[in-house]
Ligand binder design. Structure first.
Ligand SMILES: NC(=O)c1ccc[n+]([C@@H]2O[C@H](COP(=O)([O-])OP(=O)(O)OC[C@H]3O[C@@H](n4cnc5c(N)ncnc54)[C@H](OP(=O)(O)O)[C@@H]3O)[C@@H](O)[C@H]2O)c1
Length: 252
């Protein structure tokens, strides 16, 4: 299927490893022009070399910590440097396992900013020109925890907020040509991931988790998430608006 993404200008925030790296490779195979943001310049350079080998039309890296530098300032720089993006993917986020539900509001605010608000700040800068340009795609990487409401409460709550943002703001945008949506992965494993260490150790909790929570009986791969992101970024998904889509190996 020709997804019509050739030469599209794609921003991936959180692009240096894991799911974000997989998403970059998905767009590289579609011959997109890619701008990749993360904190690790070294990893981004490796991603860039692989992306060009995979077929990216161009690759630019931008080293930013969107929790340290104001996310709106980052977005303003990106807009000045590259112009109007066709596709924006917000992948930064995580379960913050070191913080728990008895922590102070600052911990909850941190989780919310990490998983949703930093991206929303960036959208406040990046989406208005997309609207003027006639459209685009903004895709957030949420989590199945947003609807199952399991795992770290800070994480599940932050991703649930993100889903609500996608649904409500996505409806407001639905007739502008800008499609706002999210993908909710189930547990995904890759070298260096949260689950990777337990898999390598042969820890019993891996089998236990898969048996009880992922009916497919295995972890997903970054590529399996990226395939859906790339489809959502294309015009083929044109009626899939304001949607939060599970890609989760039948999480239960
Ligand atoms: N893995 C899973 O099982 C799973 C399941 C459901 C949902 N998700 C969601 O999928 C997304 C990616 O997960 P992942 O497991 O692939 O995470 P990961 O391995 O921790 O990768 C996160 C990416 O974001 C970048 N990043 C982190 N903090 C940043 C910051 N402050 N500023 C700029 N970049 C930053 C990281 O690069 P640097 O370290 O170089 O900055 C990396 O490229 C997250 O939103 C997560 O909640 C993951």
């Amino acid at each position: 299927m020709d997804l019509g993404l050739k030469q599209k200008l794609v921003l991936v925030v959180g692009a240096s490893k894991g799911i974000g790296r997989g998403i970059v490779m998905g767009f590289a195979k579609e011959n997109c022009r890619i701008v990749a943001v993360a904190r690790s310049e070294e990893l981004l350079r490796e991603v860039g070399e692989e992306a060009i080998r995979e077929g990216a039309a161009s690759f630019n890296l931008e080293v930013y910590d969107i929790m340290e530098t104001n996310a709106k300032t980052v977005a303003q720089h990106l807009a000045e440097e590259y112009g109007i993006f066709d596709v924006v993917v917000h992948n930064v986020g995580g379960s913050l396992v070191g913080r728990n539900h008895l922590g102070p509001a600052e911990d909850w605010e941190y989780a919310l900013r990490f998983n949703a608000l930093a991206a929303i700040d960036m959208n406040s800068v990046l989406i208005p020109p997309m609207i003027e340009n006639g459209g685009g795609r903004v895709i957030h990487i949420s989590s199945i925890s947003a609807v199952m409401l399991r795992g770290n409460p800070l994480y599940a709550s932050a991703k649930a907020f993100l889903n609500a943002y996608v649904t409500t703001a996505g409806r407001q945008l639905a007739d502008t040509g800008v499609v706002l949506c999210s993908i909710m992965p189930g547990a995904v494993a890759f070298p260096g991931s949260y689950w990777d260490r337990f898999v390598k150790e042969g820890a019993p909790r891996v089998d236990d988790f898969l048996r009880h929570h992922q009916a497919a009986g295995r972890f997903g791969t970054p590529e399996e998430i990226a395939n859906v992101v790339v489809f959502m970024a294309s015009d083929k998904s044109s009626f899939m608006q304001a949607a939060n889509i599970p890609v989760d190996g039948a999480n239960m």
